[in-house]
Design a protein around this ligand. Structure first.
Ligand code: T68
Length: 834
């Protein structure tokens, strides 16, 4: 329990800083050994590396808890407007190194551990990734938490504590196999279970109406099933600030109220088993990142998350306020895509049915607190739930959604003069041949005060395409918030040599919180000695990546080769297929060269990694194709060191922390208009990796910042895509494209039959993502890459300018904009009083 506001004052609170656990080497060793003995109950004379990790993690957690308790007490005392970031996914990765770094205790911990006989690097490796997300959307949420803490914002994250995170990808004979990621086996040392922070979450049943004395209708939801949501808190430290915010993840537990009758009369064992079913709600993360799947369990997860979260937020608000009048001044909620949209009818239900506010008042409050982010324009990803399912699972919510829609349609007719087909096209409820559907994005749009896209081009596109009619009536609701990534994890921590060089060159480490300062590097881009140092740092990072690949494959990489990387979820729109087609062509060219000609070839190591959704057949075939090409190329003595291709299995956050710094070139080659933003492009640019890419997503803004001439831009622009798509069958096919396709079709890499659906998908009018059309221009850009590599100084200069130009892409900038333009929350810096 946080201290009551009356008992708090600044002096008391910040006096505590002096009494915090000491961070000298001996104190840290004492606390590690203490945890070995008393938390792990192991002998202090005999513990292995994993136990050393757990003990060190617990000792660090103690230090996090001090700051976190004080931050929460301080926020409660000041009672500012708080922002709640609601997301079904948080792709956190590892915590240990990040917490050490943000708390500024890296050095003493390193010494403490080595003094006890443990290697910091190995201890770190003992931590498992918390992979509670699919990809960009989940990782963005995690970067945002880091920035919100660092910017001292009164912020919370809310999500689900899945027991099985993103599946583990195993590649066997070139085929993806999914294995469960039970990441909690040895316990998760960073979380704090809060058994007393628990709420009932209801499902199914029916709604009854009762007339109250004042003639008002009261709706009562008699649920058919109830589970308990239990809170697990995860402290999120800011960098160089005591501010430590909370990520609260909910786990489902059977509710306490057993039906005693069933025990005595019926089957005792099966009634307990029935109760256990509750836990399945939070058991597994859905691994689909782009196609909407209307599974009942997924809808249950969404309601479970938002219901527990809203009960918690309302409870916290009511502790300090008598009425709901101030709710919109105290609460902002950001919906990370439409996945938490049920929070809208849930808040309406809580206000009306449980707190007896009228519709108008409840709606006024609701529409002032929610805002929502769209992350894709791909129609197959947009959530549409069958009305029949929502009605069955959440009967009261379905009524409220109908009411929201009814009033919305009225408004369209009366205030905007809209009628007929257009009314139907804007309705939250869509009539289809399979029945009625709830369009979640429309529900989110109607109830949110703001909707944003995640890069300038994407925010423009949503206004012109998927949300056009809404933009026509409510232009003021639409904003852009270009994504960002945290430079703490994605530069300072994952690339220590570059961190040191930047700090030494700028004469300050202030860039770790003010990334714009990186532009100061541009002045040194031409400096030969600086270029030399820059190149050495890159070699160091490449060596780390090479050693990772050596462990995976046994191969020694050619360090003179361009390390050419494409790592991200496997998708047709991201065009890994186009990448591998060009690799096949490169291979074929080398094969036909004389030894003399080969001397001129710029060597490449092509690295591709990423997971395919388990049900995404095409994506799985693409993985097999990459593996097949890899198999042929890597074992061909004619090619030797000039070309290698690797598919890195189980791409995840921790692998990215090695792969990103170690790359020379990175591929961001989606069909223009399909990738909302991309965030790995920002990470690569920060680490001095050059981009070969299309004018899509955030690439457009990256080009503005670092200069198109310092990238390898190719392909058609988003504006040209619709017309090209309609002319697909008549488009000229580049002969080199045809040749690459033939190689695969003719079985050059084996498995010709298995690859034929892939070939069909890019043939003639089927080629939705315009591979054939962009191929020539792609090859041309690849040629420019090779040319550039031959001029080491010029390449290094561009690499420096990439980092120098990446200042805009800090999530600190993004979060600052959200806070100012959308949430209306202000930093609450924990400054020590004079
Ligand atoms: C990504 N979206 C965008 N979705 O593709 C990417 N979807 O361009 C953008 O940079 C990133 O979001 C951050 O804005 C996703 O990652 C999902 O993971 C997802 C998960 C479940 C359902 C739908």
């Amino acid at each position: 329990e946080a201290p009551q506001p009356d008992h708090l004052n600044r002096e008391l609170l910040y006096g505590l800083l002096d009494s915090y656990l000491k961070n000298d080497v001996v104190s840290i060793q004492e606390s590690i050994v203490h945890h070995v003995e008393f938390t792990l109950a192991r002998s202090r004379y005999k513990f292995d590396t994993r136990e050393a990790y757990f003990a060190a993690a617990h000792s660090l957690r103690d230090r996090l808890i001090e700051r976190w308790n004080d931050t929460q007490a301080w926020i409660k005392h000041k009672d500012p407007k708080r922002v709640y970031y609601l997301s079904m996914e948080f792709l956190m990765g590892r915590t240990f190194l990040n917490a050490l770094h943000n708390l500024g205790v890296m050095q003493p911990y390193q010494h403490a551990l080595s003094g006890l006989g443990y290697d910091m690097e190995k201890v770190q490796q003992a931590e498992r990734d918390a992979a509670l997300g699919n990809g960009g959307l989940g990782r963005l949420a995690s970067c945002f938490l880091d920035s919100m803490a660092t910017l001292n914002l009164p912020a919370w994250g809310y999500g689900i504590r899945y027991e099985y995170g993103m599946f583990r990808q195993v590649v066997s004979e070139g085929f993806q196999k999914e294995q469960p990621d039970y990441w909690l086996t040895f316990g998760y040392p960073w979380e704090i279970q809060r058994p007393h922070v628990a709420y009932p979450v209801k499902f199914y049943g029916h709604v009854s109406v009762h007339e109250s004395q004042d003639g008002r209708q009261n709706f009562v939801w008699n649920a058919g099933e109830e589970v308990t949501a239990v809170a697990y808190d995860n402290p999120i430290p800011g960098f160089k600030t005591p501010s430590t915010i909370n990520l609260r993840l909910w786990a489902a537990k059977p509710c306490q109220e057993f039906d005693l009758e069933a025990f005595n009369t019926g089957d005792y064992v099966s009634s307990i088993i029935d109760k256990q079913k509750a836990e399945t709600i939070t058991s597994v993360l859905y691994p689909d990142d782009k196609t909407f799947e209307g599974k009942e369990l997924r809808l249950k997860q969404q309601h479970f998350m938002v219901s527990a979260t809203l009960q918690d937020i309302v409870r916290r608000y009511k502790e300090q306020h008598e009425t709901f009048d101030a709710f919109p001044e105290k609460v902002a909620m950001q919906l990370n895509d439409t996945h938490p949209t049920l929070g809208i009818p849930e808040l309406m239900r809580i206000l009306m049915d449980e707190n007896h506010l009228g519709w108008t008042r409840s709606w006024e409050i609701t529409t002032k607190v929610f805002s929502f982010t769209n992350h894709t324009v791909l129609p197959e990803a947009l959530e549409q739930w069958p009305v029949s399912l929502v009605e069955k699972l959440l009967p009261r919510h379905m009524q409220i959604i109908y009411d929201i829609n009814w009033r919305f349609v009225q408004e369209l007719e009366q205030n905007h003069g809209i009628s007929g087909d257009k009314l139907g096209s804007m309705s939250i409820i869509l009539d289809t041949e399979y029945g009625k559907m709830v369009r979640m994005a429309y529900l989110a749009l109607v109830a949110s005060h703001t909707v944003n896209g995640v890069a300038a081009i994407h925010s423009k596109l949503i206004k012109e395409t998927i949300f056009k009619e809404f933009h026509d009536i409510w232009p003021e609701k639409f904003q852009n918030k270009t994504n960002g990534v945290t430079q703490r994890r994605w530069l300072a921590q994952c690339n220590p040599p570059l961190n040191r060089l930047i700090t030494e060159t700028l004469g300050t480490e202030a860039w770790i919180t003010h990334l714009d300062l990186l532009k100061g590097l541009a002045a040194h881009a031409e400096d030969e000695t600086f270029q030399q140092k820059w190149a050495e740092v890159k070699v160091e990072a490449k060596a780390k990546l090479a050693s990772l690949l050596k462990d995976l494959t046994g191969d020694d990489l050619n360090m003179d080769a361009i390390f050419d990387v494409q790592v991200k979820r496997i998708h047709e729109y991201k065009r890994q297929f186009m990448n591998i087609l060009s690799v096949a062509l490169r291979y074929d060219r080398i094969k036909s060269m004389t030894e003399k000609e080969k001397e001129e070839v710029v060597p490449r190591v092509v690295i591709i990694g990423g997971k395919a959704a388990p049900g995404y057949d095409m994506a799985k075939r693409i993985i097999k194709l990459i593996s097949a090409v890899s198999e042929t190329v890597n074992n061909d003595p004619d090619v030797g060191d000039l070309l290698k291709v690797y598919f890195v299995p189980d791409y995840n956050v921790s692998l990215a922390e090695v792969i990103v710094p170690g790359s020379d070139l990175n591929q961001q080659i989606s069909t223009a208009g399909t990738e909302a933003s991309g965030t790995s492009n920002m990470k690569f640019a920060m680490n001095g990796s050059l981009i070969i890419g299309t004018m899509d997503g955030a690439n457009v803004e990256i080009a503005e910042e670092i200069g198109e001439e310092n990238m390898f831009i190719f392909g058609v622009g988003a504006q040209e895509v619709p017309a090209l798509r309609s002319q697909r069958e008549y488009l000229q096919v580049d002969p080199q494209f045809q040749h690459a396709v033939n190689l695969i079709q003719n079985g050059h890499f084996g498995w010709a039959d298995y690859f034929s659906p892939l070939i069909e998908s890019i043939t003639g009018s089927r080629d939705w993502y315009l591979l054939a059309n962009d191929f020539e221009s792609y090859l041309d850009a690849q040629e420019r890459v090779d040319q550039e590599w031959r001029d080491k100084a010029s390449w290094t200069r561009k690499s420096i300018l990439s980092t120098a130009g990446s200042g805009k892409f800090s999530s600190d900038r993004t979060i600052h904009e959200y806070a100012e333009d959308i949430w209306g929350v202000e930093p609450l810096p924990p400054t020590i009083p004079e």
